[in-house]
Ligand binder design. Structure first.
Ligand SMILES: [Zn+2]
Length: 80
């Protein structure tokens, strides 16, 4: 085993390379982000885009149904 030859990856959120750490020994394969902060940031972005897709879809469905139908109010739960 060579020293100083730790595997590394590039974090897609901050774009910086990060090295293997002991706490990732068990699931290094699944580690994608350099830190908990970046992981959360990526999740936040994904959630936001998924939510806007949903709103868009809902809007399209409502407009294609045309007038005269009962419009169910679409409520967005505020995030805490
Ligand atoms: Zn990062």
């Amino acid at each position: 085993m060579k020293k100083g030859q730790l595997p590394s990856k590039i974090c897609p959120v901050c774009g910086r390379p990060f090295e293997w750490r002991k706490r990732w020994a068990r699931d290094w394969e699944r580690v994608v982000y350099c830190s908990e902060r970046c992981r959360r940031e990526a999740r936040r972005q994904r959630t936001r885009s998924a939510l806007s897709d949903e709103v868009l879809l809902n809007h399209e469905q409502q407009s294609s149904r045309g007038r005269g139908s009962v419009v169910v109010p679409y409520r967005v739960q505020p995030q805490r």
